[in-house]
Design a protein. Structure first.
Length: 319
């Protein structure tokens, strides 16, 4: 008799958070956590009453299409991102159709980009990857991925540009019961960059121990934190206007040390055990704004526009 694997409460909460709040697909959750896709689907059905079904089936037409796309330059991992199937499945289908798979990195790009953090852009993208990217390894291949919603895809296109990469940017739709979210993704393969990012504290499964690395020069850390903010920053522009961050406890404490601002850490409801957030009022948001944008030449416009609203709001007069 095969014994079913037992998942901790933290495991279950992480799967639910990635699917419901961060809009990860099943294959993305598998890559992030290492849990099987079957188990992920079962947990979502059992604990959230969410029925997760593939929107694509591997029809003969789709199999033919992925072979054409591979021959036209898409990599197996890019095809995986586009259609939502595991990269191993894509590779098997390509091999079955007589296509010889490339060995080593799928495409050339500047894999030494993060070797030395000595520019605004490098610090920024290191922070953005820490927030909205991930690193993974499979079958002796080393992958770096980042993804965002379509409305913020300018970041993905800029990242591809600075890496001088020819890899394709992929677009996919993420489905749940209430909505459809369009997602933009970009992936590269490099053992060297994978190891470099590990030196800055990246892990294949985010441990919650990530911090603002002291390997980043002090004069560039505001750009790193701006990258974090564009990935994990909070902006509230309704009645009670606030800004802040949502991340692990260690990362938030590290950010507060850099800002010299110390706030109470709060737990979001029904989310990960090691997921916290802090909020800043208008005066403190102005400190954050000046810190992040005073000498910035690149940022996510949507986030900055919302920060402009927060810090320029006139306080209500007390009675």
């Amino acid at each position: 008799m095969i014994k079913r694997r037992t998942y901790t409460k933290e495991n279950i909460n992480k799967i639910i958070d990635l699917y419901k709040n961060k809009k990860y697909r099943i294959v993305d959750i598998h890559n992030e956590t290492g849990f099987s896709e079957t188990s992920i689907r079962r947990i979502l059905v059992e604990y959230c009453n969410i029925s997760v079904r593939r929107k694509n089936k591997f029809t003969p037409e789709l199999e033919k299409q992925i072979c054409i796309e591979y021959q036209n330059g898409l990599t197996p991992i890019e095809i995986s991102d586009k259609y939502g199937f595991h990269v191993k499945t894509i590779r098997n289908k390509l091999t079955k159709n007589g296509l010889k798979l490339k060995k080593g990195p799928d495409n050339l790009f500047n894999e030494h980009y993060f070797d030395i953090i000595d520019t605004e852009e490098k610090a920024y993208f290191l922070g953005y990857l820490m927030a909205d990217g991930n690193i993974s390894t499979y079958n002796n291949q080393y992958y770096i991925k980042c993804a965002c919603t379509k409305k913020d895809e300018e970041i993905i296109y800029k990242f591809k540009e600075v890496l001088d990469s020819k890899n394709a940017i992929t677009h996919a739709k993420c489905y749940n019961k209430k909505s459809i979210t369009e997602k933009t993704s970009f992936s590269i393969s490099s053992k060297h960059m994978f190891m470099t990012l590990q030196n800055y504290g990246f892990e294949t499964k985010k441990s919650g121990n990530e911090i603002v690395s002291n390997k980043i020069p002090k004069e560039l850390r505001n750009h790193f934190i701006r990258g974090l903010f564009d990935g994990d920053g909070i902006t509230c522009t309704t009645k009670f206007k606030r800004s802040g961050f949502i991340s692990s406890k260690e990362m938030l404490l590290s950010i507060m040390d850099e800002l010299n601002l110390y706030k109470k850490l709060n737990h979001p409801k029904t989310q990960l055990e090691n997921l916290y957030y802090f909020l800043l009022g208008k005066k403190e948001s102005k400190i954050l704004y000046d810190y992040m944008y005073s000498n910035a030449t690149f940022y996510l416009k949507r986030k900055k526009d919302r920060m402009d609203i927060i810090i320029k709001t006139t306080p209500r007069k007390s009675k």
